[in-house]
Design a protein around this ligand. Structure first.
Ligand code: SF4
Ligand code: SF4
Length: 541
């Protein structure tokens, strides 16, 4: 579906009749059915991908088939309703948080206007409180006395095909960013409710391809793109060639090397697509400057974990491969590259799923001696923490003027900011490598706005929805672009680098997107280098 012109979309968001612009709905939300049409849903998962996943040990993805959201008949299993209700019961018993989130919302509305999907679409069902109510209403009806006795009067409603379709629509209009939970006085995490909705939908074979294909690829070859080991290795070596061409220094890289001190794992997008490639060149320059004893792996060739957007089982399985590889290679600890959800999984779920990783050592920087005690359980340090520590201890030779063509601003990626508290380290690094400014206060740090296309929604068929959902972020960037001449949006998330590039191309075409390590790589002065003036840093090719 063609993307509307910018003026048209801006006018529609600001003036179109919606809850966000003051219109009052004339019907009860329960009486408004969802209508699927091209552009408002992501394509269903391909049959062969679902079949493959369902055949894998530890995973369950039943009811593989060809189906379309636009058709009335979704080809659900005959007993689909029992499957859903039993699945909900099982999860209420297993996850105490879910039971609490179902019971404790007081409908205060503090979260209502905090979601970028609501701000961009004006659709009341995109208010976090109402998104959760889509599940809560069924919970009330079937799992509480009030609901069983009073039904709709107690906010309950029966599970129907219409409700299931509504779940599909709105579970995939939430990027699990957790911004709403920052404002909820009870700490209700709507992202976790969305995760449960997606899990329940998978029980009856309802899922999207842009998530299940990467999950399937990661399970099969180790990374989202489905890159074979030799291709992954070749791609890294191409980047080594590029660094040598630009600096005269050829970074030393090894793959699957047993006995290395550190295993480095990063999103495969870093070695596959722009602008991640420049971030990966930044890593190579940094590690070369330090003479770090590290190795890449062609097996654990993906830091990202689309299992987070799918099911707890898939998340656990994909997370485990990094640790299996660390054990096989007998490294001391892991350093992880710039990724968002990889770190959310690590900080919020890894310990209960696969941890603690006691066969590894508590990370200790071999360059500065700093012990990263906060990683005592996961044994994995974020590249930004690692770099900030190096700068603080004076271990890097930096020439900030090499980034003088850049005026940057900082996007706190939802997962690194809200899920792991990586707030000050990137800012400290930025201070030392580039001239930069902050975006407005209520759009940064814990209150950061999502890119609008996370959790596997980075797919072209829903581009208008993505541009709407990303508008609050784009608007804040526009503010610093107009006021301070910002021309670069920096972040530490591979999904963000991809999604923000589309977002900027649409809303702020003068602003490019980069990873933090690209800026670091631009600024590092390597011993013996023959680097000429690079007008565009590592992008000068
Ligand atoms: S802020 Fe929390 S308690 Fe208030 S309506 Fe939203 S989810 Fe419910
Ligand atoms: S987690 Fe993010 S996308 Fe989902 S409802 Fe909350 S604010 Fe919206």
């Amino acid at each position: 579906m063609a993307l509307p012109k910018l003026e048209e979309l801006s006018r529609s968001v600001a003036e179109g009749p919606s809850m966000a612009t003051g219109a009052v709905p004339t019907r009860d939300w329960m009486d408004i059915p969802v209508v699927f049409k091209p552009g408002n849903y992501a394509y269903p998962a391909k049959k062969d991908k679902v079949e493959y996943l369902n055949s894998q040990k530890g995973l369950s993805f039943p009811n593989a088939r060809v189906w379309s959201p636009e058709e009335d008949d979704w080809k659900l299993p005959e007993n689909w309703k029992d499957i859903i209700l039993n699945g909900l019961k099982e999860r209420l018993d297993k996850f105490r948080s879910l039971k609490i989130f179902m019971d404790c919302c007081v409908r205060c509305g503090a979260c209502a206007d905090k979601c970028h999907f609501f701000l961009g679409t004006g659709d009341p069902k995109n208010m976090p409180v109402l998104r959760a109510e889509l599940l809560r209403s069924v919970y009330r009806n079937d799992f509480t006395w009030a609901g069983k006795l009073l039904g709709k009067m107690a906010g309950g409603r029966e599970m129907t095909v219409g409700v299931l379709k509504e779940w599909f629509m709105y579970a995939y209009q939430c990027t699990e960013c957790r911004r709403c939970s920052v404002f909820c006085p009870y700490g209700i995490d709507t992202a976790e409710i969305t995760m449960m909705l997606r899990e329940l939908l998978h029980l009856v074979g309802v899922g999207i391809n842009w998530i299940l294909e990467p999950v399937s690829n990661s399970n099969r070859t180790g990374n989202h793109m489905g890159l074979q080991p030799h291709t992954f290795k070749d791609n890294v070596e191409f980047l080594v060639d590029d660094v040598e061409r630009l600096t005269g220094i050829r970074p030393n890289v090894t793959f699957n090397r047993k006995g290395a001190e550190i295993l480095f794992v990063t999103p495969s997008a870093d070695v596959f697509a722009e602008p991640g490639l420049y971030t990966a060149m930044g890593y190579l320059i940094l590690f070369e400057a330090l003479g770090l004893d590290y190795t890449w792996s062609t097996y654990a060739s993906e830091g990202g974990n689309f299992g987070l957007f799918t099911s707890n089982e898939a998340m656990k399985k994909l997370n485990a491969k990094m640790y299996a590889e660390a054990e096989r290679l007998k490294v001391r600890f892991l350093v992880g590259g710039e990724c968002g959800h990889m770190w959310r999984v690590l900080h919020q779920y890894m310990d209960t799923m696969n941890g603690p990783a006691d066969f590894l050592e508590v990370p200790r920087s071999p360059i500065t001696g700093t012990v990263f005690n906060h990683a005592a359980s996961t044994k994995m340090v974020h590249i930004t923490e690692f770099t900030a520590d190096l700068i603080r201890n004076g271990k890097l030779k930096l020439d900030k003027s090499r980034n003088s063509h850049i005026k940057a601003t900082w996007h706190d990626s939802c997962n690194t900011a809200r899920a792991m508290g990586l707030l000050d380290e990137p800012r400290y690094v930025l201070d030392h490598v580039v001239d930069w400014v902050e975006m407005p206060e209520n759009t940064i740090r814990e209150q950061t706005f999502c890119c609008g296309s996370g959790t596997g929604l980075n797919t072209d068929e829903i581009m208008e929805l993505r541009m709407r959902a990303g508008l609050p972020r784009a608007n804040a960037v526009k503010h610093v672009h107009d006021k301070h001449g910002v021309n670069m949006l920096a972040c530490v998330c591979a999904i963000d680098r991809a999604t923000l590039t589309s977002l900027m191309n649409y809303w702020n075409p003068d602003v490019r997107v980069c990873g933090l390590s690209e800026l670091v790589g631009n600024a590092i002065v390597l011993d013996g280098e023959t680097r000429e003036e690079l007008d565009d840093g590592l992008r000068t090719l």
